[in-house]
Design a protein. Structure first.
Length: 215
């Protein structure tokens, strides 16, 4: 769902095969441009020319590398955030219109990688379609995706671990959420670890309902 006045997305979701991926946030056009330009400055330093064709090539070459080894150590989530920003800007142009939410994922027939509007994240079924370990102001981070309430609840009932803790906490705290919830560990004044959660509705109407003590 593009908007003629938007030249940047609020979020880009990178979905690998399965439920894992990344959720990246860009608080304004300047933050989005800075991420895209950071990647291009590094990538184009190896090229003899700077043309639209070469920019397109380096963006998508790196995107293919990310999807070829999504859990590898070659890229940090910061690197991937820069790469997908450049690839999304390459697709929608410097002036847009750009969707408010963009999804980067494998095509259904595994014929390639697609960049599309993530309209489903602008709808809010009451359970989180994506949980992101991170904060909007720091650019997001690793994400887990859910295609149904049942899928979310199954994951949320699993034992908590270092790799899987945000679904359990969100399920314990909230009965109803917008489609995206972000969470980041935070220590209190006494040094005890807590989790700061932030629900993201992308400017649309959504509910956030905390669980009562009897739930």
């Amino acid at each position: 769902m593009g908007n003629s006045e938007r030249a940047h997305p609020d979020a880009i979701f990178v979905r690998f095969t399965g439920a894992k991926g990344f959720g990246f946030t860009y608080i304004d056009e300047e933050a989005f441009a800075a991420a895209a330009d950071h990647f291009l400055a590094i990538a184009l330093a190896r090229e003899e020319d700077d043309t639209a064709e070469i920019r397109h090539q380096v963006c998508h070459d790196q995107l293919w590398r990310v999807f070829a080894d999504p859990m590898g150590e070659q890229y940090t989530w910061h690197n991937v955030r820069w790469i997908v920003a450049a690839a999304v800007r390459d697709k929608y142009g410097y002036e847009g219109p750009t969707p408010r939410v963009v999804v980067v994922e494998n095509a259904e027939d595994d014929a390639g990688i697609i960049i599309r509007s993530g309209d489903e994240f602008l709808e809010h079924p009451g359970w989180p379609r994506a949980l992101i370990v991170g904060h909007p102001a720091t650019g997001g981070g690793p994400a887990t995706f859910f295609s149904s309430r049942e899928g979310f609840e199954v994951t949320a009932k699993r034992p908590m671990s270092d790799e899987l803790w945000l679904p359990q906490i969100v399920d314990r705290l909230y009965e109803v959420t917008p489609s995206v919830v972000m969470g980041m560990p935070k220590s209190d004044k006494e040094g005890k670890m807590q989790v700061q959660c932030r629900a993201v509705a992308f400017g649309t109407k959504a509910s956030l309902k905390e669980r009562t003590s009897s739930d």
